[in-house]
Design a protein around this ligand. Structure first.
Ligand SMILES: [Zn+2]
Length: 495
């Protein structure tokens, strides 16, 4: 059965028919209770009932299995559709964006972020071992486009000008199509119409001092959100388009996990994150559900605890960590619970039992361990930072023991791949796909068997060696005539 072959309906007896038979037999026993049986004894009828009941239970189980398979098939079909729609949305939108840039200065970026990860996950998600909710499931998932991945600083203004011009054209089209639907049709891709293009560029004046460093890195980078509405179910897909990749700030790279660092561009799918990971390592992280965190928490913590720094200067670094836990660690909820890193990680856990003693919030919530060995909730952590933002003193203290506020870091390195154990990797594939029961490959036959074998016969024909008439090969036919072995070889030595 190929991955998306609809499970066939079963062709056994109808369960209701079997139930009728059991009912009929039971009634027969009841009616004839006390009477002498002629052809069928009570014992025989009871045996038949037992067999029919057992068989009908098997059918009920089989039916449940088929319903399950059918549901999975329907789900797989919907997810496949969501993936192909996103692929088409991207390619059509990208071509239309690129049109607005000069011929000799075409953008280099493409589609990036978690959707590409899901695209790779999708075939794996058809196997039982990958059934985490959300794994491979693109339904409701938005897209991220970065137009330039590498730029000289001097080019940024140039690119921004073209980017903004392009966005203006899209915005004008949307406004005009709303005002004059008769004259101007909305841009529609895969039955989804563009209903809004919103400029969400972050300007310096929008930034608070306490904002995380990652947000500050986005200042003045032209950034728009395209909203597409599905004409069937009114669902919305947002496409986030940013003119160029933000610069990496201290300890902060713009790609959070290697599994989110794949990019789909004109050149295909490539890895564009931290060089300590790569394309194959990333695929491996996806298969093993072991994402490599590329954020260097050690360096952020170092920056946040430099001696002589004011609280107001420390807070953005601490807020960056809170932002990461709150917004980016959601990758755990789609199966990637085993987060690892080349650097150190924040020692955090999820408290599933107790209410937070500081904020009173109910469990579950993220908890962060401090070096004074106290754990505080993420809510309390953010509370302390918000409180500190106007304070010009130096100290931030643990609310429980008043020790200096410092975060405990832990090491959790990626599992190394041992090339002598590569078999295990193939075993992973083998076992995880066992339940898929693939049929032989299917392809259209373009040429006849006759044509194939005719060509093969010619190609495989051994070259014929013409033997001398007496069928005995003379040694001189094979060896050069004037050579001798042994001492005679010295003639070739040039000595
Ligand atoms: Zn403490």
């Amino acid at each position: 059965m190929s991955l998306f072959t609809e499970p066939k309906a079963f062709t056994y007896y109808n369960i209701n028919d079997l139930k009728d038979i059991v009912g009929f037999l039971e009634k027969t026993i009841e009616k004839n209770e006390g009477k002498k049986y002629q052809s069928l004894k009570k014992y025989d009828i009871e045996r038949i009932i037992k067999v029919v009941k057992r068989e009908s239970q098997k059918l009920i189980d089989k039916e449940a299995e088929l319903i399950d398979a059918k549901l999975k098939y329907e789900k797989g079909k919907k997810i496949a559709k969501a993936h192909s729609e996103r692929m088409e949305l991207f390619s059509v939108l990208w071509e239309n964006l690129v049109k607005h840039f000069p011929e000799d200065y075409k953008p280099t970026g493409g589609l990036t972020g978690s959707w590409i990860r899901q695209f790779i996950e999708f075939p794996l998600a058809q196997s039982k071992d990958f059934e985490d909710p959300g794994y491979g499931n693109a339904i409701g998932h938005d897209l991220d486009i970065v137009m330039y991945t590498n730029l000289y600083p001097s080019d940024k203004e140039y690119v921004s000008t073209y980017f903004n011009k392009a966005m203006k054209k899209f915005q004008d089209h949307v406004s005009f199509s709303i005002l004059n639907p008769e004259l101007c049709k909305p841009i529609t891709i895969t039955n989804k119409s563009l209903i809004q293009v919103i400029d969400v560029t972050i300007l310096a004046k929008d930034i608070k001092e306490s904002d995380p460093i990652g947000k500050k890195a986005l200042i003045d980078i032209p950034h728009s959100i395209f909203k597409f509405k599905d004409n069937n179910d009114n669902s919305i897909i947002e496409i986030d388009v940013i003119a160029f990749k933000p610069e990496s700030a201290e300890g902060w790279t713009n790609i959070d996990f290697n599994v989110n660092g794949l990019m789909m561009s004109d050149r295909g799918i490539e890895y564009c994150g931290d060089i300590r990971s790569g394309f194959l390592a990333t695929i491996n992280s996806i298969i093993n559900k072991e994402p490599i965190c590329l954020i260097n928490f050690e360096s952020i913590v170092e920056n946040a605890t430099k001696p002589g720094m004011l609280r107001t200067e420390k807070v953005p670094y601490f807020m960056q960590i809170a932002w990461m836990l709150r917004n980016r660690y959601k990758i755990c909820s789609v199966g990637y619970k085993n987060i690892v890193s080349f650097d150190k990680l924040i020692n955090h856990s999820i408290n599933t039992e107790d209410d937070c003693p500081i904020t009173g919030c109910k469990a579950p919530y993220y908890e962060i361990k401090l070096n004074c060995s106290h754990k505080i909730s993420l809510m309390a952590y953010i509370g302390i930072m918000e409180e500190s933002k106007f304070d010009s003193s130096q100290a931030i203290k643990c609310p429980l023991c008043r020790a200096d506020f410092s975060l405990e870091l832990i090491e959790k390195k990626p599992t190394p791949i041992n090339i002598f154990e590569l078999k295990t990797l193939s075993e992973i594939f083998h076992n995880k796909f066992n339940d898929c029961k693939l049929e032989e490959k299917e392809e259209e036959k373009l040429t006849s068997e006759d044509a194939e074998s005719f060509v093969l016969e010619i190609i495989n024909k051994k070259p014929s060696i013409t033997l001398p008439a007496n069928n005995i090969l003379d040694v001189s036919d094979i060896l050069p005539t004037n050579t001798t072995f042994g001492r005679g070889r010295s003639r070739w030595d040039n000595s």
